[in-house]
Design a protein around this ligand. Structure first.
Ligand SMILES: [Zn+2]
Length: 256
């Protein structure tokens, strides 16, 4: 194999590592955004529970006002009832009193229902606030975890980049250009193993005489896959010569 091949294989190993680290680092902003979104939704839930509670309180005040109004009205009619002169006026007043008291009772029922609803609203606010506190704790922990992880991956990336510079150093200029050109077209891969007569980059056949050349130690040519164009290398050993025929000529006879 050409002396540049092991260097390109090493370069590619480092490049794949760099790419994997970059891809992972790229996911961090999104992970932070997701954590923030979780927090925002917990905050929105508190705001909405508080709005509902405020609405409830306004409604309850209106009902309280109604109760008081009907109560005052019933009292006013009762106060007037001592001063009426005719039976008819008295009857009419009694009717008004009964009506006001019925309205007051109905308003009191609504008041009671509203108070029960108010307790529910209060419970919902407390629950949403507890959820928010829980969410804040979880999101802060997640942010910290992501920051630590980001720092670790960044360090690994820096180390991999230094390793890449070292791997690139012994590669002659023309092969750097070739490598980059192929890698750009193949999602960061420029070199493929030829194994069992197949290019492992695309799965297509590698011609036997090329496989043979790849195995030869004194080969100084660089071969590329005819279908995908990746630079080929092989780890397959040179096939040993066929075993001598003497073994086949004297097969072991099983005892009968
Ligand atoms: Zn191929």
């Amino acid at each position: 194999m050409h002396s540049v091949i092991p260097r390109l294989v090493e370069l590619q190993r480092v490049d794949h590592q760099v790419a994997a680290l970059r891809a992972e680092l790229d996911t961090f902003p999104k992970r932070i955004q997701e954590a923030d979104a979780q927090l925002a939704s917990a905050k929105a839930a508190v705001a909405s529970a508080k709005d509902a509670q405020a609405h409830d309180i306004t409604e309850r005040k209106k009902i309280e006002f109604d109760v008081q109004q009907w109560k005052d009205r019933a009292k006013k009619y009762r106060d007037q009832s001592g001063a009426v002169k005719t039976n008819e006026a008295y009857k009419a007043l009694q009717h008004e009193i009964a009506n006001a008291e019925a309205e007051m009772a109905a308003a009191e029922d609504r008041q009671l229902a509203s108070m029960v609803a108010g307790e529910d609203a209060e419970r919902r606010v407390r629950k949403a606030e507890a959820d928010l506190r829980e969410s804040e704790t979880a999101v802060n922990a997640e942010r910290k975890r992501i920051q630590v992880l980001h720092g670790e991956k960044k360090k690994l990336l820096d180390a991999a980049m230094a390793e890449r510079a070292k791997a690139l150093e012994p590669v002659p200029e023309e092969f750097r250009i070739l490598y980059d050109r192929i890698a750009k077209r193949h999602n960061g891969t420029a070199v493929a193993e030829a194994r069992e007569g197949q290019c492992r980059g695309c799965g297509m056949r590698v011609l036997p005489h090329i496989a043979e050349e790849l195995r030869r130690e004194d080969n100084e040519e660089v071969f590329r896959c005819e279908s995908c164009g990746l630079i080929l290398y092989t780890l397959e050993p040179i096939v040993p010569p066929a075993p001598s025929s003497s073994d086949a000529a004297n097969p072991v006879q099983p005892n009968s």
